[in-house]
Design a protein around this ligand. Structure first.
Ligand SMILES: O=C(O)CCC(=O)C(=O)O
Length: 266
């Protein structure tokens, strides 16, 4: 028995590797997220958010870097990382309960670089099983303001060792080339929609080309409850009721070997 999805939605996720669920966050919930991250934007939280608060930084991402793991210092972020409709969709997709491993918030201001194509389970190393992302649009997201891009059906593609990304266009350093004849397609979303995608799916985003539109997103990653291991950056995990769980640290270097261990948490 599915809790939140139709059989057709689940089938779409299983075959395409991703699924948009419309309107999973209500306007008053989104307004609370707006207030929370408007407040965080003017603070320095060591290890989580270290903006350059001086006027006129050349790179807009210096003023508005992404917030890493806000659930570790902010209760509102933890609450929405465990948002019941999201946890129910994840349980439908996994066929078992989900554990929350990571939260992030991207402001992606006008002019900000994007994030080159990559695969999330390269970083999370959830085993056995996989991670799933829940990417919530806080602002409407489209091709102009650097909305998400996915390469459909690459959920069946193995995790590969990344190449170097183009630093002029991507603020992260890794790039995974899509398989031959498969192209990244934009996912157009409204505020409050959530995009779910599998940890092997190749995805990323282009630059925010607008002059005046932020592209804010609240992005969380999850593991299946039966997973035994995850990369140490993501511990502890949290059950839907907010209690912590500790999986074993996955020391496996992945497809590139130990020397390629990611320099940054994803
Ligand atoms: O939001 C973006 O621009 C990219 C996010 C992403 O790729 C991720 O969270 O894995």
């Amino acid at each position: 028995m599915l809790r939140q999805l139709t059989e057709e939605q689940k089938r779409k996720f299983d075959t395409e590797g991703y699924l948009v669920v419309r309107g999973l966050f209500a306007e008053e919930e989104l307004a609370e997220i707006d207030r929370t991250f408007a407040d965080i934007a003017n603070r320095i939280v060591p290890g989580h958010f270290e903006p350059d608060l001086s006027e006129g930084a050349a790179d807009p991402l210096r003023r508005y870097p992404r917030v890493m793991h806000p659930h570790r210092f902010d209760e509102t972020s933890k609450k929405y990382m465990l948002h019941p409709p999201v946890m129910d969709v994840l349980a439908d997709l996994y066929g078992e309960e989900a554990l929350a491993a990571q939260s992030m918030f991207y402001y992606k201001p006008p002019g900000a670089r994007g994030q080159a194509l990559h695969q999330d389970n390269f970083y999370l190393k959830v085993e056995p099983g996989n991670c799933i992302a829940a990417w919530t649009a806080i602002d409407a997201a489209d091709e102009e303001n650097g909305g998400l891009l996915v390469v459909p059906k690459t959920n069946d593609y193995a995790i590969v060792c990344p190449e170097l990304a183009d630093a002029k266009e991507s603020f992260t350093t890794h790039y995974v080339k899509p398989p031959k004849e498969q192209k990244a397609v934009p996912v157009v979303m409204e505020r409050g929609d959530v995009l779910f995608f599998n940890g092997n799916l190749i995805h990323g985003s282009y630059r925010n080309k607008t002059k005046d539109r932020f592209r804010r997103a609240f992005i969380c990653h999850y593991a299946n409850e039966s997973a035994a291991r995850i990369s140490h950056f993501y511990r502890p995990l949290f059950r839907a009721d907010g209690t912590a769980v500790d999986l074993e640290a996955n020391e496996d270097g992945g497809p590139c070997g130990m020397e390629f261990e990611a320099l940054y948490p994803h």
